[in-house]
Each structure stands twice: as structure tokens, then as C-alpha cells.
Design a protein. Structure first.
Length: 585
């Protein structure tokens, strides 16, 4: 019998915490299953004895993408007030109190689970990035209380009989997976009788799209390199790649070549080790197999370093915890444990976050430890590359789709420029390259083509609205839509400026923040100037859609709407979907 640990994550922090709980459960002689929420069968929830939820909040108080399907299922009225009457549950919310809708996802989930009759082991705990020791300020007391409650439940119900009240440090953490060497050039297994070796049957949900074009939209002298990438939808994938305005494309990026090289040198891997045929085998029967379409049923260490392990991300504290766990070098082990401890938070932030150091660079800094790692340990030390979501920037078509992607590149205290993993990957794509992708519904629920809409999309936030108005122009010759678009300059980064006049059904009002002398003009300023027009459209029933950075822009836009229609109207409009957000940090 095991406990379930379910997570909803956007950036990977909730997953990271869920995996750390799995490892701690192991050291308490307790079996645990880790699932992202949308991969868990909700119908099995009433049969569980103990479930731990770890949920982050995204955008403007929204559920993270990998739990939205499950959240809709949990909201069904048919479930009833005793649906979870036999289930003991703990909820940890992850958030940042500097955001307006701090930890909304965790709060909403907790309230709904209570409505469904769950036995809450403790009140909802809300982790805050702004706490003096970060999310550990809530995570440590929450998990301490949960383990105590689970032990009491185990004794009362005579379950989890081997569970210990304290961590047993003699227990060696078992990696989720291991590499099984395959025999020679023939590819035969060295150990065909291995009882843990399961056939890796997979129904892929990602499919290859071929790059047709990849062109820069910003002027050559502009600091920002923004790309419009055109992907071909092949005949064989057409049925799986249908999309509507507002849908997003999930993209599977690979690590930059230069980052892979740093990691290989840090780990001291030889050409023979990198290219030796391997198979990834599960040690933990509750884990799912790594995706075959990405690494293959037969793989190599090189392929895993290129496609599977995230070497580009800023290392999380669990990286230092597990690297320290496996280290046999006393000075490095001590340093790693300091960086992983709650007391060492500021040191960790200075070393990793403030410098934006990559995981590969951190491996290089602890070279004595890295060169003595067994390859299997990488499964516990390194996180996996997450797919990235991009709003589709073209009108629905069975033949192709386009993405608008701004390349993330900046200086930090490190010698080399810092680069975003996926935006760098996309910016380097060439015609003919193939990328594994899938379509996912976005958060926007657009009305029928004839309905009035007000859209606010500065920068690459304009992508879903190009898809929307491109689609709507096929149905209406009138102007039921306004688009407020913001950028720096009319001549450097005014995306699709040549297209907007050709589209019916949209009046574009641009805001150029650097073209005016001494005054920065943003979308909220243009909205204020057009308050009368906005009010007339809202009185006609127009919906408002806001896309872009989750910083100051959404708050400023909401404030303008409140000035036009009042605070109460704005609040109700957000609750009922009359105002919708799709934002990111």
C-alpha cells in the first residue's frame, strides 16, 4: 500500500517538491507514487488512504496547465459531499506574495476538497517565495505535520506498517530509473531475464513538425531577436494537430550544444561512455517510462544529456541536496549541503539565482563530485526538460501553424550570456528541422466571430490575437474588435504592422513606449485615451482578453477598466470570464 503525491506545476517547482517527498517517504519506509495531476485517474481518488497535493499558481490566479483537466473533473456537481469522505489529504500551495492573486490555486483546491468531504490532515499551507527562507518557510512545517499525521493514520488503520516516525538515514535512496547496458553492436540485452525490465509500450502524444521558415521580425539593430517560425503539419499528423484561436503549441526543446559540452566535461564522460547503447529501466514501478519518441527505446547517455536532462535551468536546491547526498568529496559535500539547507538560502540565491548559473555550470564547479557520479544518479540529481507552451500565432489551418517567440538572452555576473532554453532552441531552428510538439487548449475562451472583443496584447502577447483576428476576418467585414498592441518602436518591433490593415474585424491601436520624447506610452495609456470607445463596446457585451507578462501590465489594464466601469463590475467580470487573462512570468 502506498500514498499518492499529486502535483500541479508550471515551472517545475511543485514537481521538484513532490519528488523530494517521494525520496523522504522512501527513507521513512513508506511507498509513494508521484503523478502530475492530469495524468492521475480522478475516479481512483476515493480509494486512496492518503494523498498529498502540491500545487503552484500561474498567471492571474490560475491553475497550472498540467492540472486543469483534473480541476474541471473535481468541480463536477455530481461528485457529491461524501466523494472523498475516506481520504486523508494535505495541500501545499506554492506562490509569491508579490503577486495580486497569491496562491489562489492552492486555496481553491483546498476549499473544493473540503466540499467533497476530504479529511484534511492540516490546514492549507501557503509557501511564499518572499519568505525569509523561501518556500521552506511553509514546506518544512507542512511536511513535518503531514508525516506525523500519516504515522497516526497508519497506526489507527493498521496500514503502512513499516513506516517509521523519523527518517532512517541508513536507507539508500533508490533512483527512479537506471541505465541497462545493451550488448555490443547487436543491441542485445546483457541481462534479458531482468525482472524489472518492462516492454516500453507508448502511445505518443507529441508528434514531429517540420520547420518551413524561421525569420526575424525585429529590425537588425533592435536589441530583441523575435522570431516567427512556420511549421508544416504533415498529412499523417493532420488529425492530431487541429487547432482553434487561443490554443497553444507545446514544444519539446533540446539543450544548447555548448551547455551539453560543459556537462560532459564536468562529468568526465568519454566518447565510449557517451555512445554506449543503453536502455532506461524503471526501479520504481510507480514511475512512468521516459518518452520513447524523445530518447528512443534504446538510447545513449549523449542523447539523454541532449534531450532529456535539463542542463540549462538554474539548479534548484534539490540539485545541491542530491549532489551532496552522492558526493564522496568531504569539502564539496559540506559546501553542497550548505547550499541545500534552509539556513543557506541567501548563499544559494547568490550562487544560483542571482547569477543565473546553469545546472551544467554547477556540475563543473563541483568537479570532484561530478566526475565520480554513477550515470544512474543523474535521474535523481537532474530534472527533466519540460515542454514549453507558446500561443499559436496563426489562424487555424490544416497545413501549417506559426509561433511568435522572443529569444531570451541577457547578461549576468557570469562571463557568458544567459540564454533561455526553449527560445534559444527555437531561434536556432533551420528549415527542414523537426521538433516534437502537441496542441493544447489555451486559457482563452473566445466568443463567436461576430461578437465584440477588446484585446490587449503587448509584445509577444499579441500572438493569440493574430490567430483570433485572422480567423474572424474570414467571417466578418465589420469592426467588432479592438486590439491594443504595445512595443518599443514603430520601426523596430511593431509585429505584423503590414498585416493589420489587411484584416477586417479589428482596429489596432498601437502604443510605442520609446518613440515619444521623455514619456513612455503603454497600452493602459492608450486605453485611457479610448475610454469612451471601450465603454460603448463593453455596454454592447464585449469581452476583454489580456495576454502578456504577468508583471505590472495586467494590473494597470485592470485599473483602467475599473476606472471606466467601476471596481465591482471589474471584479464580477473577472469571476464570470468577461475579462480573461493569459499571462506568464
Amino acid at each position: 500500500m502506498s500514498i499518492a503525491i499529486l502535483y500541479g506545476s508550471e515551472t517545475g517547482t511543485a514537481q521538484d517538491i513532490a519528488e523530494s517527498l517521494r525520496r523522504e517517504a522512501q527513507q521513512r519506509h513508506l511507498q509513494a507514487r508521484v503523478h502530475e495531476l492530469d495524468e492521475y485517474d480522478v475516479s481512483q481518488l476515493p480509494m486512496e488512504k492518503v494523498v498529498l497535493f502540491v500545487v503552484s499558481t500561474t498567471g492571474q490566479g490560475e491553475m497550472p496547465p498540467n492540472m486543469r483537466k483534473t480541476w474541471k473533473l473535481l468541480l463536477r456537481k455530481s461528485l457529491g459531499a461524501d466523494f472523498l469522505k475516506n481520504v486523508n489529504i494535505g495541500v501545499l500551495g506554492l506562490g509569491d506574495s508579490s503577486y495580486q492573486k497569491y496562491n489562489f490555486a492552492g486555496k481553491k483546491l483546498y476549499r473544493r476538497l473540503v466540499q467533497l468531504g476530504a479529511k484534511m490532515m492540516c490546514g492549507v499551507h501557503l509557501a511564499d517565495d518572499q519568505h525569509e527562507i523561501g518556500i521552506d518557510g511553509a514546506f518544512i512545517p507542512w511536511k513535518t505535520e503531514c508525516w506525523k499525521k500519516i504515522k497516526e493514520i497508519a497506526e489507527n488503520l493498521s496500514i503502512y506498517r513499516e513506516m517509521t516516525a523519523e527518517i532512517d538515514t541508513s536507507v539508500q535512496i533508490t533512483t527512479k530509473y537506471r541505465f541497462l547496458e545493451l550488448g555490443g553492436e547487436s543491441g542485445n540485452d546483457d541481462d534479458d531475464s531482468d525482472e524489472d525490465l518492462e516492454p516500453q509500450i507508448e502511445i505518443p502524444d507529441y508528434f514531429p513538425l517540420k520547420v518551413l521558415k524561421n525569420r526575424r521580425l525585429t529590425s537588425a539593430e533592435h536589441f530583441q531577436d523575435t522570431r516567427l517560425v512556420d511549421f508544416e503539419i504533415s498529412d499523417r499528423n493532420r488529425s492530431k494537430m487541429g487547432f482553434q484561436p487561443g490554443d497553444v503549441l507545446m514544444v519539446r526543446p533540446y539543450n544548447p550544444e555548448e551547455t551539453v559540452k560543459i556537462a560532459i566535461e564536468a562529468l568526465g564522460l568519454t566518447e565510449e561512455q557517451l555512445k554506449k547503447p543503453l536502455k532506461i529501466v524503471k526501479n520504481d514501478r510507480f514511475s512512468k517510462n521516459p518518452p520513447n519518441f524523445l530518447v528512443g527505446t534504446k538510447t545513449t547517455l549523449l542523447t539523454c544529456l541532449q534531450r532529456y536532462f535539463d542542463l540549462q535551468q538554474v539548479p534548484k536546491r534539490s540539485f545541491f541536496e542530491m549532489l551532496g547526498y552522492y558526493s564522496t568529496n568531504p569539502p564539496e559535500k559540506e559546501r553542497l549541503q550548505e547550499l541545500a539547507s534552509p539556513e543557506g538560502l541567501d548563499d544559494y540565491l547568490d550562487y544560483a539565482n542571482r547569477s543565473r548559473r546553469t545546472t551544467a555550470e554547477a556540475l563543473r564547479d563541483f568537479v570532484a563530485t561530478s566526475k565520480n557520479l554513477k550515470p544512474d544518479y543523474l535521474f535523481e540529481i537532474l530534472t527533466t526538460i519540460r515542454p514549453r507552451a507558446f500561443s499559436i500565432a496563426s489562424a487555424p489551418s490544416p497545413f501549417h501553424l506559426e509561433l511568435l517567440v522572443a529569444k531570451v538572452e541577457y547578461k549576468s555576473r557570469m562571463a557568458d550570456k544567459r540564454r533561455g532554453l526553449c527560445s534559444t532552441f527555437i531561434s536556432r531552428l533551420k528549415p527542414g528541422d523537426e521538433v516534437f510538439c502537441k496542441i493544447r487548449p489555451g486559457t482563452f475562451k473566445f466568443p463567436s466571430p461576430e461578437a465584440p472583443v477588446i484585446c490587449i496584447g503587448p509584445g509577444t502577447g499579441v500572438a493569440p490575437f493574430r490567430s483570433l483576428f485572422g480567423h474572424r476576418s474570414l467571417f466578418s467585414a465589420h469592426f467588432p474588435g479592438i486590439l491594443f498592441f504595445g512595443c518599443r518602436s514603430e520601426h523596430h518591433d511593431y509585429y505584423f504592422s503590414d498585416e493589420w490593415p489587411e484584416l477586417s474585424g479589428v482596429a489596432v491601436i498601437p502604443a510605442f513606449s520609446r518613440d515619444t520624447d521623455g514619456r513612455k506610452v503603454y497600452v493602459q495609456h492608450k486605453m485611457g485615451e479610448n475610454a469612451g470607445k471601450i465603454k460603448r463596446m463593453l455596454d454592447l457585451g464585449a469581452q476583454v482578453f489580456i495576454a502578456g507578462s504577468s508583471g505590472d501590465m495586467p494590473k494597470a489594464v485592470s485599473a483602467v477598466l475599473a476606472q471606466i466601469q467601476g471596481d465591482e463590475w471589474t471584479r464580477r467580470a473577472e469571476e464570470t470570464g468577461k475579462i480573461q487573462y493569459e499571462t506568464w512570468s
